[in-house]
Design a protein around this ligand. Structure first.
Ligand code: SAM
Length: 217
């Protein structure tokens, strides 16, 4: 049976970027949401399932520190060959549904375009959100961009769990406030419509735990 790492490695080793169904030469839809955040509030970005996204180049130009995560070492190698070596980069070859390494630093923003929707098992989805919750500093942000409930049922040959903003917000939990969301139809390189839901959240400064969990007596 093919592992997720093998599945994605095969895609990244046999296709050029413009042959990928999710390829976006222009990251302006994501940048539009980033521009809602005071730029002084972003220094470190966690990019979940970065793939070979052109957003990486844009974030480097903006002088952010980046944690570049992917389950595919092939994708990370292609990305490294394109962007080269920078001292502001941390490479993280890791399944984002599994606990992050203990030494993972907190980030100011978590960005995910088209990654979460590949997680189908409830334990994996919960593992993803547990990572997201702990990886963002208080007052930081999360931007999720996933296939919407009206979107295609499959991508990259895999079944998807498609999202409404209501489900995203419920899974983000009380410690995150929805800043803005938008339905956005991405036209993929083959001219097909791919409806996404984009949602930006801000992490509250204090953990909103039930009162009893704050008690120290
Ligand atoms: C559809 S592509 C999107 C890539 C990139 N975010 C973009 O917008 O161009 C999905 C990416 O998620 C990665 N991926 C899939 N499952 C993952 C997982 N469990 N953990 C980390 N990365 C994963 C894939 O290797 C691939 O790079």
């Amino acid at each position: 049976m093919t592992s997720p790492n093998q599945h994605w490695n095969k895609i990244f080793s046999t296709k050029t970027d413009p042959e990928l169904g999710w390829y976006e030469s222009d990251a302006s839809q994501t940048v539009k949401f980033l521009d809602l955040i005071p730029q002084r509030e972003i220094s470190a970005v966690f990019l979940a399932g970065a793939g070979t996204s052109m957003l990486v180049d844009e974030l480097l130009d903006r002088e952010h520190k980046l944690i570049l995560n992917d389950i595919s070492d092939e994708a990370l190698n292609k990305l490294r060959n394109r962007i080269g070596v920078h001292d502001r980069l941390t490479w993280l070859h890791h399944d984002i549904s599994k606990p992050l390494p203990d030494n993972t630093p907190q980030s100011d923003i978590w960005i995910d375009r088209a990654v979460l929707h590949f997680l189908l098992e409830e334990a994996d989805i919960q593992g993803y959100f547990s990572n997201l919750h702990s990886a963002i500093r208080p007052g930081g942000y999360a931007l999720l961009a996933e296939f919407s409930t009206t979107g295609a049922p499959k991508c990259a040959g895999l079944e998807l769990h498609r999202y409404s903003v209501e489900e995203m917000s419920e899974r983000m939990g009380a410690g995150f406030e929805l800043v803005k969301h938008e339905a956005y139809t991405f036209i993929n390189p083959f001219g097909d419509q791919r409806p996404y839901i984009y949602a930006l959240y801000k992490k509250t400064l204090l953990d909103k735990l039930p009162h009893s969990e704050h008690r120290t007596d």
